[in-house]
Structures are given as structure tokens and as C-alpha cells.
Design a protein around this ligand. Sequence first.
Ligand SMILES: C[S@@+](CC[C@H](N)C(=O)[O-])C[C@H]1O[C@@H](n2cnc3c(N)ncnc32)[C@H](O)[C@@H]1O
Length: 421
Amino acid sequence: MPARDAEFTELIRKRISQLQQLGWYHSIELKDGQVIKGLQSLEHLRFRLAQFPVPEDLTGKRVLDIGAWDGWFSFEMERRGAQVVAVDSHKHKNFEIARELLGSKVEHHVADICKLTPAEFGTFDIVLFFGVLYHTKHPLLALENVCNLATDMAFIESHVSDDGEDPAAPPVMEFYETTELGGQFDNWVGPNTSCLLAFCRTAGFARTELESVIQNRAHVTCHRQWPATQPASPAPFLVGVSPSADGYISIWFRSEQKELNCDNVFPRIGPYGSRPVHVSQTDADGWHVNCKLFPGETEVSLHVRNSAESNRARVGQALGLPQTAKPKIHSVTDGKTWELSRIHSGCISIWAAGLNDDLVKIAINGVYLPAIFISCPDTEGLRQVNAILPASLKPGEARVSLVSGELESDPVTVEVVNDSQ
Ligand SMILES: C[S@@+](CC[C@H](N)C(=O)[O-])C[C@H]1O[C@@H](n2cnc3c(N)ncnc32)[C@H](O)[C@@H]1O
């Protein structure tokens, strides 16, 4: 070997040996094949990643690596072609050193997942959440943020308190007040595998798949989308949408299909699938479903089994445009029989033009009823607005108007029929 080359190799060897003193969690392979050895070998890191169906080619994708530490997963995502943002609640100097040595363009920020929202760095096709959940004091909040940051998939690896062998195990979580887990104070929770999966669903993911549990580490792939289907039966029809407590939404719809449940009703909130937590039948073809509403998303639709997608509705009180002119009622029908200008008990439906504002109410004989459903405009610009009729409504003629923001439509007259007479 020529003297200069030998000198250079010796310099690199010394530099690696100095770097080695810094103490690494991840091993990092440099461009010339030399390896800074960390607590976790390259083989082990590759084995951990191989638990998940992460595409080999990530060209054009944005990836977020949460709790990146020394950054092996971030650099691997970049190697696969992704644009990568790495965050960690602590500033890890080794990440910066590795980034420089690798000539990497991964963005590196200090951020706490319990506070991170898409407002900071946007959303990501893929989110990696490896080895962080059990370090958080508020694990469900952290997972909700992970869900809100992902547009397609999140890969979640966490310590679990069991071996994941019993899929029917009740969901329970251990709490570590001090140093019970691994002698470390920053370990807070140990969900069992059932609990971890339930948390992922509750956080808002449409689908969760348990990939493996190895030595108390569970690997879960979480999807934000329903699988694509070929529509082969008629679309359900949405008749009511209303936000409820804890960031959930109630959807009422009509469908001829039988035995609908949480596994064959597929709500969509904005562009994302939202798994039902409850489905019940209200009458012969009437159904009610509860599912999670996502921040900033107002458009709702659903399909059941392999049906076509329903009509779209907006969550009431969220149209968000200024109301500059009076809304105009086009027609009024019963919300169930669709009879024109004739309403029974239950629900009233109005079709109206020029409906923009946030607050929409139906007034009937001077009583104001909140809208439980506002559809998207049809081809003529008409929106459907539904409200539940008060039980006290008397039979006979009634004056109906529509209020949007500060402005009220001209009234129309309808006939109220009392079915019990
Ligand atoms: C066990 S290490 C996991 C490192 C890497 N993700 C892996 O799986 O090999 C946990 C990392 O998460 C970071 N961390 C802990 N709590 C966090 C939080 N609330 N938000 C973001 N990062 C956090 C820690 O600083 C640490 O770098």
C-alpha cells in the first residue's frame, strides 16, 4: 500500500475509534463500508425493520421517523429514496455526526410526539414510531398525533407486557411509576398486545395489522385507508351527520343490506377511513354508526361491504364560508318518506341554495332546530339540510325557514301530519 494511502486509512481508523467513544445506540455504516458500532448491530436493525412491509422503493414519499436517536432508520428510509424528517425529544449529537459523514439531507428537529401536529412539518406518507410509545406518559395522545401525521401508513414498534399469543386477551396496560421497567425512569407504560392494537384503532387508524411479537416487542402496521373495492351493490344514502363527544361523529344512513356491523361498514372522513366503534339498526333500512372525526376534516361518506360510495355530507356547523345573501329554500320534504311539503314526526329535510355559513338551523313555527346533516352541493348547487322535529310539533300548517349565519330565508308553508291520529 502506498504511504499516503496507508496514512489516510490510519486517519480514518483513528477517527472511527474516536467516534466509537461517543457511545452509539445504532450502528452506522459509512460510505466506505466502515461501521461505527452501536449497541444494536446492523443485522439487528435490519431484522427489526424487516418486521414491517416497508416498500423497498420510497421514491417520491415523505417519511417521518419519530424518536430517531442516532438515525439508522431515517438514513435507511433516505437510502430507499424518501424525503425524510427525523424528530426526537432530545438533541442527539450523534445523529448530526452521522448525517454529516453520510452526506445525508435528512431534516433533523427536536420535537415531542405528544405535542407534534401537521402544522409543524406537514403530513407524511409513512410514519415510523419505533421504540417510543412506552416512553410517553400519554400514549393515546401520542398515537393520535402519529395518526394525524400519517396519510397512508404508520409502522409502530413497542414494548408490550405479554407475548401476544392470545388474541382474545382483554386489553390491559401496566403503568411504571418509577424504574420498574428496565431500571429506567423514562419508561411509563406497558400495554399488552390487545391494548396496543386497541390504542392504534382508537387513535384513528382505519386498519391495524399485528405483524409479530418478538421478546415483548410488538410490530403493528397501521393503515389510514380502506382497501380498494370494486363496487358491486347500491350505495347507502346518508341522512344525518352530527359531531358527538370525544372527537367522534354520529352518521345515520339508509341501506337495504342486512347484518351490518363494525367490520362491514366503512366510513370515510375527508380522505381517510375511520373505523366504526358502534353500528346499530334504527329501523328496517335505517342504520346509525359512530366513528372518529379527524381534525380539520368535514366531508363524510361511507360504503358497506362492497357497495358503491354513498352521497357525501359535511359535518354540520362547519361550512366555513361567509354568508353574504339570504339562503333560498328550494323544497321541503319529510326526512323519511320524502313527501313534498308534508312532514310527519321524526326528521325534516330541506333543499336550499346559497347556504354557506358555519351555523345552520331550521326554524319551524319560530322554534330553531340545529342541523344534524348538511350535504355537499349537488349539480344545481342545492344542499340538503336535515333536523330532528320536536315532539311538541302540532298537526296543521307550519312555517319553515332556514337560518345560515345571521341570515334567514323567506319562509315556506308545509303541512304537519300527526301519524298517531
Ligand atoms: C428506545 S429509543 C428508540 C430509538 C429508535 N427509534 C429505535 O427504535 O431504535 C427512544 C427514542 O425516543 C426518544 N423519545 C422519547 N420520548 C419521546 C417523545 N415524547 N417524542 C419524541 N421522541 C421521544 C428518545 O429520546 C430516544 O431517542
